[in-house]
Design a protein around this ligand. Sequence first.
Ligand code: TYD
Ligand code: MG
Length: 445
Amino acid sequence: MAWTGRCPGCGEWNTLVETAPEPAAPAKARQKGTAAATPLPLRQVEATQVARMRTGINELDRVLGGGIVPGSLVLIGGSPGIGKSTLTGMALGNLQERGLDTLYVSGEESTAQVRLRAERLGGGALDVRAMAESSLETILATIEAEKPKVCVIDSIQTMHRADMNGAPGSVGQVREAANALAELAKRLDIAVILVGHVTKDGSLAGPRVLEHLVDCVLQFEGEKERTYRTLRAIKNRFGATNEVGVFEMRSGGLTEVSDPSARFVEEATGALGSVVLASMEGTRPVLVEVQALVSPSELEVPRRVVNGIDRNRLSMILAVLSRHGGISLGSADVFVNVVGGVRVDEPGADLAIALAVASAQSGQPLVGSGGRPRACFGELGLTGDLRYVGHPDRRTAEAAKFGLAPVIGPPVGESLRGLSPSPTLRKALKTAFSTPSEAPLSNAA
Ligand code: TYD
Ligand code: MG
């Protein structure tokens, strides 16, 4: 075999592991002696209703699709310090309190450190059985002996099998550990929650392989310095993948933010370059504040700095603004930020970004009815049209609930109360800057 130090797939160094190919099955086995299976029409297959173990953390249960499925494998990814150990510790504490046996395996901290955290969490957190261990063999044997209902492995990157090459965290070790745990989980009907670190670029470190192996992948995000955290399902065999849970890190652990709109709107400033986006987080409408700052650039290539939105999306929006809105930012630095450390990953955010930038550039604040902040949503097409996005009714209703109607958005089939429909970006800009101040674009039109 050729020596290869760098993965030709992802470009990472030292991630390749040697794997011996399975010996080819003798041809005979495929011909004789193997009884054929009998496939059934799906209608005749008995559908078992899976019981869920509710963790009592509503935001977590919702993202999971109603609770933890027994015997399932869940991966919770997130950068260090985001609150993975806190979240899993709280969940186990709640389950333990309700009489379900739990086990917390830490490969990163001593049991004394785990206890210190549990003291802050309250509830049944101190009743959770814990051990500090990173030897896979010992962990498997312990799980087999203890047979907990739910087990947390914190983190999968610290686990290693002694008789295998590779340091803990290497692809081979991580895959081996996850495979062995998955097999055990299915066999003994134990739900296993794997904690995984993510790299700077946001992907789960090394083990992309893990995503295929587990039933559910949850991503825990937020900025370490900020208190808001979002939990979203990237993959879920037992539920929808568009649910998002919102948490706040407090002194007593993570608290659920069940009405995020109220929080974010309360904090919305209505200042220059600020607008409220009526976004959808899964099936739930959430109002978030989008802010922009525009300043003359001293660089040849002006800066585009984003927080909470996609950078390429901003480039596209700036191009549309220039071409179809008469707002040119070719020699300005542009900063866009979603307040609260929230991420909005939907095309429905386009108009909010465009309006925030336009406000920052023109020096006119966006003021809605009664001096309240402006709310909007909608996707921008490259032709300058404002396009339909999902759930305009729920977005509008949510904004109206907080007194932010009328909302600027794309036209919907029938007229919608509280929505101020605009077919194009140009029209949206006009509406946005018309009340109570004058339209800044009269000369650009
Ligand atoms: P932690 O759950 O250890 O993060 P992770 O396992 O993802 O690395 O906790 C992260 C931070 O949260 C840590 O800096 C301390 C803080 N924290 C609180 O603010 N309040 C609390 O009640 C707890 C337990 C932690
Ligand atoms: Mg941790």
